[in-house]
Design a protein around this ligand. Structure first.
Ligand SMILES: NC(=O)c1ccc[n+]([C@@H]2O[C@H](COP(=O)([O-])OP(=O)(O)OC[C@H]3O[C@@H](n4cnc5c(N)ncnc54)[C@H](OP(=O)(O)O)[C@@H]3O)[C@@H](O)[C@H]2O)c1
Length: 257
């Protein structure tokens, strides 16, 4: 079987870095992207040290020229693209709708929505050729309103519906959105700092308590599920919003480990 190539954005830390490691262990050549060059190179080096194959491409998903470079570097590395994982994301502005600035909404939408849309468009000729997959990392916030997270909730809801439209437009590929649970990453640390001002006390307290009580998921758990989906999600699931611990994903993990 030809070795699959997976491009993962936001792979310098958190869920993206853990997914890159998990996908490499499953045999993929992983192309990692993010803005922080040193962190990205460190994740790529760790994968190579474990016997995997990795290529790092520095870039900002909010910048179209950088998105073009990510796709070009992927094709230059292996000549193919089997899966795009749109994982890079930001949570700020954390602020009520009455207070958040338009420029902050625009900055978030560039990263969480426009970047994934443009990367998907650029990846499509290669994904059609490989009959590949695009997995968009979404959130429970796509379907549950969280006060103070207006921009984030709206971006993930839009991503979910974008994925559904893609699924009906492109029957040759699989398009899924992924719900990773509440994960112990830098994004949660941002919520615990900025949420104090920007969220209602009870809502903010819920996230602080999850951290204090050790209820945040280690990134490796949803990452293993995301890697299995990136490599093996069947065509019939296209258009679905899939939670990390969905029974179907557990079966897929078992069958493909
Ligand atoms: N943590 C949670 O509880 C949780 C829950 C539901 C969904 N999610 C989703 O999971 C995904 C990963 O988040 P995480 O929790 O792993 O957060 P994280 O630790 O903050 O990681 C975010 C990643 O995105 C990258 N990134 C941010 N802005 C970027 C940009 N403009 N261009 C390219 N890369 C950019 C960051 O790298 P650089 O800063 O180096 O660019 C980093 O690698 C996000 O889509 C998030 O919405 C997280």
């Amino acid at each position: 079987m030809t070795q699959p190539t997976i491009l993962i954005t936001g792979a310098s830390r958190g869920l993206g870095a853990a997914t890159a490691r998990a996908a490499a262990r499953l045999g993929a050549h992983v192309v990692l992207s993010a803005r922080s060059a040193a962190e990205l190179e460190a994740v790529a080096a760790a994968i190579v040290q474990e016997g995997g194959q990795a290529t790092a491409v520095v870039g900002d998903v909010g910048n179209l020229a950088h998105c073009e470079r990510m796709i070009a570097a992927t094709i230059a590395a292996t000549g193919r693209l089997d899966t795009l994982v749109n994982n890079a994301g930001i949570i700020q502005p954390i602020a009520p709708i009455a207070a958040a600035k338009a420029s902050d909404w625009e900055a978030l939408m560039r990263v969480n929505l426009i970047g994934p849309v443009q990367l998907t468009r650029l990846a499509l000729p290669h994904l059609r050729a490989s009959r590949g997959r695009v997995i968009h990392v979404s959130s429970g916030a796509a379907v549950a309103p969280i006060a103070g997270w207006g921009a984030y909730c709206a971006s993930k809801a839009a991503l979910n519906h974008f994925s559904r439209v893609l699924a009906v437009e492109e029957p040759e590929i699989v398009s899924l959105t992924f719900r990773p649970g509440v994960v112990d990453t830098a994004m949660q640390a941002v919520i615990r700092v900025a949420g104090r001002e920007g969220m209602p006390e009870a809502e903010y307290g819920r996230f602080v308590a999850m951290h204090h009580e050790g209820r945040l998921l280690p990134p490796e758990l949803p990452a293993r599920a995301l890697a299995a989906l990136a490599l093996f999600a069947p065509r019939e699931w296209s258009g679905d919003f899939v939670q990390w611990d969905d029974a179907r994903v557990q079966v897929l993990k078992k069958e493909t480990s």
